[in-house]
Design a protein around this ligand. Structure first.
Ligand code: XMP
Length: 323
């Protein structure tokens, strides 16, 4: 794909000129945007790009380990992971209000990132002058002009959410691109398909998919269930046709039978949507046999869940996330 190869080369030349011998820092999540941005930056300046992955304790099953391995070993990115799970989960204790969860996670994320940046600079004895962000064109537009439902009903903090007081100059290689173009660019850069085709994952992570209080035990339950759901979508070939898929843990208990015993356990719901822009979405018509497989696996394999539902709401009026 010559258009994207040219785009990449132009960016690399530009960055080398602007950054010179300087250092760049940036947060990565392992999602397609931050992965593509990080790989581009690594091609341009190598280890003078310092990527930070913050584990907020609300990531998917084994996510931090997988991202670390993929980014470091497969993409050669100079990445370090900060395990701040305890800090986040302690702050989330007793919190049930969705916007409050977002505020805590967003605010703490900035603190942790900043502290880590200071450590990196201390180790090098040098300042980082630049901040890499994987901002896309729709984010740019939305932050300037969009006053629609998600902007006013939910605060999304993936735009402009990083430290203003660090005095860093922003570098945003993807700010002219749409999501599908970022995927094309990712393919042109030789990033593995699984990374390029991953569904988006919200900054607050599983915290807004655990309705009610977020506890370590509930994170673990949801991680296990969600992992099975995603595996079954991948196995059945539906993952790629879906815009976003995930599992939600409800603050509801239901009665079930297991062997000769009665159970009284959690209910979870699977959400799969078809969408192009995430502003509107239809529930995905997942075949019953795939649902059946998910349900028997989740209920048999995950301790703490005895009922699985499928969300048949479209956006609007429902949103994609439940919180
Ligand atoms: P909704 O639920 O508003 O979601 O229909 C639209 C898209 O935005 C994602 N989303 C978030 N992303 N921080 C993020 O980084 C957030 O607080 C947040 N809330 C929703 C959601 O996953 C979907 O892709």
């Amino acid at each position: 794909d010559w258009v994207m190869t040219d785009y990449a080369q132009e960016f690399i030349d530009d960055v080398r000129k602007t950054v010179g011998e300087g250092h760049v820092i940036g947060a990565v999540s392992g999602g397609v945007d931050s992965t593509v941005a990080a790989v581009l930056m690594t091609r341009a300046i190598g280890d003078r790009f310092h990527a930070i992955l913050v584990d907020n304790g609300c990531l998917r099953k084994d996510e931090a380990t997988k991202v670390l391995k993929r980014m470091r070993e497969d993409c050669g990115v100079n990445l370090r992971c900060v395990d701040a799970s305890d800090r986040f989960l302690d702050l989330l204790k007793g919190v049930t209000e969705p916007e409050k969860k977002r505020k805590i996670i967003g605010g703490t994320f900035i603190e942790v990132f900043q502290e880590e940046a200071i450590k990196i600079e201390a180790d090098m004895g040098k300042k980082c002058g630049y901040l890499l962000q994987g901002t896309l064109y729709p984010d740019v537009i939305e932050s300037i002009s969009y006053k629609g439902p998600s902007a006013t009903i939910k605060t999304h903090h993936n735009v402009g959410g990083l430290p203003a007081n660090m005095n860093l100059k922003l570098i945003e290689p993807l700010r002219e691109l749409f999501k599908d173009e970022v995927r094309e660019l990712g393919m042109a850069l030789g990033i593995d398909e699984a990374s390029v085709w991953r569904h988006p994952f919200p900054g607050p992570g599983l915290a807004i998919r655990i309705l009610g209080e977020v506890t370590r035990e509930r994170v673990k339950i949801l991680q296990e269930a969600d992992d099975i759901v995603i595996q079954e979508l991948l196995n059945s070939g539906h993952y790629r046709k879906i815009g976003q898929a995930f599992t939600v843990l409800l603050p509801v208990k239901s009665v079930g039978v297991m062997g000769d015993g009665r159970t009284y356990e959690n209910v979870a719901s699977v959400r799969c949507v078809e969408t192009t822009d995430y502003m509107t979405a239809d529930f995905y018509h997942l075949p019953y046999d795939v649902m059946g497989k998910m349900s028997s696996r989740v209920i048999n394999e995950v301790r703490g869940i005895n009922r699985l539902c499928y969300d048949i709401s479209s956006k609007p009026p429902a949103t994609i996330e439940w919180e």
